[in-house]
Ligand binder design. Structure first.
Ligand SMILES: Cc1cc2nc3c(=O)[nH]c(=O)nc-3n(C[C@H](O)[C@H](O)[C@H](O)COP(=O)(O)OP(=O)(O)OC[C@H]3O[C@@H](n4cnc5c(N)ncnc54)[C@H](O)[C@@H]3O)c2cc1C
Length: 468
């Protein structure tokens, strides 16, 4: 009988409790399953596979050095497990808990059903600060702190393996994915994660607080750990502990807070999986659903809106797979308010462009920047002001929109003031409807932060309109 360690969004050997525990029990099969259903998901893109496959190659080498390389199989998880069980006999299945999209949630339900029927115990361990089956947010921040303070689990020294062909780690084209031609996208693997953390804490992060908002400086001054945290090549706990050991004091509080926000936002999807598809406040249903304009969407998605800052951000994102928080918020706000596009198709487009796509953060943020969560300050970003404030010399815009100032650049597709006025009027109408207020109060009670620590993330319980 063998212990199967199922790797998902936790592609590391350090701080991997399931791997450490399983290694103490008996022969271990470390397994990664490439799932066709996930690859076919609307939110999936080849850039995700590029990052994951590089991480898998490194993980395979790390595990091989300990006695058992990573086994990779292409197929649906239950079918893969069933075949392994028939041949080897699975004593236990080990994994981290996952807060993923609806597809992976349903797959986990199937795996649970199958393992119970087969008499196999499935042991799941939390992978960060998200709490399963949470009743409400009282005491959540305290629990998060306790999780982050738990000792980092050492990588197992030696793993007793099983005799099984490891199987190839497929290239994207072998999986039928389009060739990922991005240049400058981040590279996967725990080594890259460790280097980023080192350079950020040693030097890059010293200017974090001042430079995170401008796309000119953010690429260097932000940690750039997001895809690594999303695919688990480093754990949040490892980052929090290193940060607090090495870089105490005020200057680092902004970064510390964002690591806390990460799980705070993911907890929302864990508690309310429907927010991947439906408005947080259901009283807003119908607000944008029937107004989708494919032509407007295409201009936004291709970076041809005629607003240089919006277009520069979109084009940068398309080429590199990353843009900083403020510019993500501006892109989403422009789609939702200026173009009155529903957050779901706009969010799917961004999900496919972000190498760091993390469903829990992503769908909460997409809804927040579209005004459908009820619990946040409604902030409409003014793309002209954002350019003045964060790219005053036009360095960023000229780099990504070289045709600016020539006849080749398009005219603005909408007029800012008029579009914002119309968006406000439509939102006010829905907010004023009977039932909306009571529902908003219930959402705030269930999902709102109790500590006010997430204010900077745009989360407040006051309902005001801001433009910035
Ligand atoms: C519309 C929209 C969609 C987004 N989608 C994603 C997504 O799919 N995946 C993702 O990781 N982030 C997402 N973010 C949040 C944020 O923009 C990124 O986490 C950040 O820009 C990543 O760069 P970094 O690692 O250098 O961040 P840093 O500023 O160095 O922050 C460190 C880490 O803290 C977390 N974090 C930072 N800002 C936030 C935030 N506002 N909310 C929650 N967690 C945060 C991330 O894990 C990040 O890696 C989204 C933001 C918006 C407005």
């Amino acid at each position: 009988m063998i212990e199967v360690v199922w790797f998902k969004r936790d592609l590391r050997v350090v701080d991997h409790a399931p791997l450490a525990e399983a290694s103490r029990r008996g022969p271990v099969l470390p397994l990664y399953v490439v799932e066709p259903s996930v690859l076919a998901g609307e939110d999936f893109d080849a850039c995700h596979w590029t990052f994951v496959s590089a991480s898998l190659r490194e993980l395979r080498a790390e595990l091989a050095a300990r006695g058992q390389p990573l086994v990779v199989r292409v197929g649906e998880v239950v079918a893969v497990l069933r075949a392994i069980h028939a041949e080897y006999g699975i004593a236990r299945l080990w994994s981290h808990e996952e807060t993923g999209n609806g597809l992976t949630f349903r797959r986990d339900v199937e795996v649970g059903r199958w393992s119970r029927a087969a008499g196999i115990e499935w042991r799941e361990t939390p992978n960060g600060g998200v709490v399963r089956r949470l009743r409400n947010r009282d005491g959540w921040a305290r629990r998060w702190e306790a999780r982050m303070a738990e000792p980092v689990v050492a990588a197992p020294g030696r793993i007793v393996g099983v005799t099984m062909a490891p199987g190839p780690i497929p290239e994207g084209r072998e999986l039928g994915l389009v060739v990922d031609r991005r240049v400058g996208a981040q590279v996967g693997g725990a080594v890259a994660a460790g280097r980023l953390l080192d350079s950020f804490l040693r030097e890059r992060g010293l200017r974090y607080h001042r430079e995170m908002s401008s796309p000119v400086t953010a690429g260097e001054s932000c940690s750039r750990l997001s895809p690594h945290l999303a695919y688990g090549t480093i754990s949040t706990r490892m980052v929090v502990q290193r940060l607090r050991e090495q870089a105490g004091g005020m200057a680092w509080r902004a970064f510390d807070a964002r690591l806390h926000w990460r799980d705070h936002f993911m907890q929302k999807l864990e508690d309310e999986p429907a927010i991947e598809h439906h408005n947080f406040v259901r009283s807003f249903d119908g607000m944008r659903e029937n107004d989708f304009d494919a032509e407007r969407f295409a201009l936004w998605a291709e970076g041809r809106t005629g607003y240089p800052m919006v277009d520069a951000c979109m084009r940068c994102l398309r080429e590199t797979g990353w843009i900083n928080f403020r510019m993500r918020a501006m892109l989403m706000s422009f789609a939702a308010y200026h173009l009155w596009l529903h957050w779901r198709p706009a969010g799917l487009h961004l999900a496919r462009l972000f190498v760091d796509y993390e469903p829990g953060i992503h769908w909460s943020q997409c809804q927040m920047q579209s005004g459908t969560t009820g619990m946040n300050t409604l902030r409409i970003y003014n793309p002209l002001k954002q350019a003045e404030d964060h790219d005053p010399d036009g360095v960023f815009v000229r780099r990504w929109v070289p045709e600016l100032g020539t006849d080749g650049y398009v005219a603005p597709m909408v007029e800012h003031a008029a579009a914002v006025r119309q968006a406000r009027a439509r939102l006010s109408e829905f907010r004023g409807r009977g039932g909306a207020r009571a529902e908003i109060a219930a959402v705030v009670k269930k999902h709102g932060s109790r500590k006010g620590r997430v204010r900077g993330a745009g989360e407040q319980t006051v309902l005001v309109f801001g433009e910035g």
